[in-house]
Design a protein around this ligand. Sequence first.
Ligand code: ADE
Ligand code: ZN
Length: 343
Amino acid sequence: MPQAPTPALAAFLRRLPKAELHLHIEGSLEPEQLFALAHRNGVPLAHASVEALRAAYDFTDLQSFLDIYYAGASVLRTELDFEELAMAYFARAAADGIVRAELFFDPQTHTARGVPMGAVIGGLARACRRAAAEHGISADLILCFLRHLSEAEALQTLDEALPWRQHFIGVGLDSSERGHPPEKFARVFARAAELGLHRVAHAGEEGPPAYIESALDVLGAERIDHGVRCTDSPALVQRLAAQGTPLTVCPLSNVKLCVFPDLASHNLPALLASGLKVTLNSDDPAYFGGYLLDNWLACFEALPLTPADAVRLARHSLEASFAPVAQRAAWLAQLEQVAAQGV
Ligand code: ADE
Ligand code: ZN
């Protein structure tokens, strides 16, 4: 019988210093904040109340979620909106024991509505600076391209963002996966590499192992976001393990979007057993039923995981982050101290 983690184990999981590497900041917009911003900005909503909106969070696949997620993001208008959104996330992240956060943001979702690029990046960048000062969290931004749009639009978005180049450390690829293979974005990722940006990509969430391979080979992705479908190809699993490519796995997201029927069926234990550099993440916590620690607790309840696995998962997250090496080393030393004290 699955058992909820004991209070001692839950406290141990919280104490472990961890990085969150797969978090869409627009996906941290809670219904209450969404309604408050809609009111402040005069944006009409399709749902009459917070409760009615929450009740609509019943997804059948990635696309059914994205439709609601993009509609929700329409309430974000001003630099202050973006700053407040990220500050709400950082408060929760601090409570979960997160020391490092690499936030995805989707500029095209906002610029298409006439929101200036400077308002999006300016507000988020200001929140990242405040996260360090107010919560002791090291935070950076990763600009994501929407893969259902064209590569020409992605190239234009990257160009438009260049005046704020110092405010983001990398690029990513998200939105509807099926039918939009990574190779569609070869040129924009090559341009990002020339600019010295880190590169990550969603692949193998709903899409096949071939998308993970082309994310690595064509885009030069340093991490794979999700990647859970790699287990459909034993050769790919071997390659990912040998290369030490990190996977940013999002268990509650995978269940909400029906990638797995329930958490007990999730392939996290198999991924770990294959020697993969798996990390745990929350993806879109306001929509999927929990923040990072909620993901950890749910996994430890539903799956056969040990405190040693927890230390390994936290270690992976710190190692896979794009923070400076000396900073990562300091967190890893802190992690070993917490691990040594035990549950
Ligand atoms: N955008 C926000 N969440 C996403 C996810 N889980 N997959 C693809 N695109 C996303
Ligand atoms: Zn995602």
